[in-house]
Design a protein around this ligand. Sequence first.
Ligand SMILES: [Zn+2]
Length: 194
Amino acid sequence: MSQAIEVLKEEVFDCKCGGKGVHSSFVLKESIPHKLVSSVSCESCGEKNTTEDDFIKLDFGVEIMCDFTKENGNTLMAFLNTKAETHLFDVDSNGNEKEIFSFNCDRANVDCIENILLRGKDTLLAGDKNQFKDAVARLDSIIESKRFKMKIVDKSGYSKVCPPGLEYSQIQEKNFEELNKMDPRVVHKKISCE
Ligand SMILES: [Zn+2]
């Protein structure tokens, strides 16, 4: 077993308030990707700032096409890394696709597809209600019908959609080919990370 948290460095600096601040960085190895967490905090003035980055950069990105037009995929689990883009499409009875809208992932997380859709809806509702009225109505209809296509684009290469019945912790070490064989509705494809 390796350490879940590996402290890289910790240093004390003079905060602008006159007190002593501490800058620390550590590697969180809880799951893949390991995250490099840097934090600055000052006990005197309470200033605190934390940033997270992938500790190991991959030399590829990933595009994940999910075709849930024939079978509901809402209960599948997915890991979306920070900055992953989710594009949602609805498909009419003639098979024509139309992109409804896209949104970005603020913070790496594991969640089920339905909650990703609901987060997308929250993003829309937080924006201009008139401008996004049609998109909200179409999103509601795909949440209801559970028949849609979704594309996830992640330059970090870490995002993955889990096959049915599996948690992210069970598939985080699997490569795209292995995952693609386990669920024909979901296709992971390497793309450039540029
Ligand atoms: Zn301070």
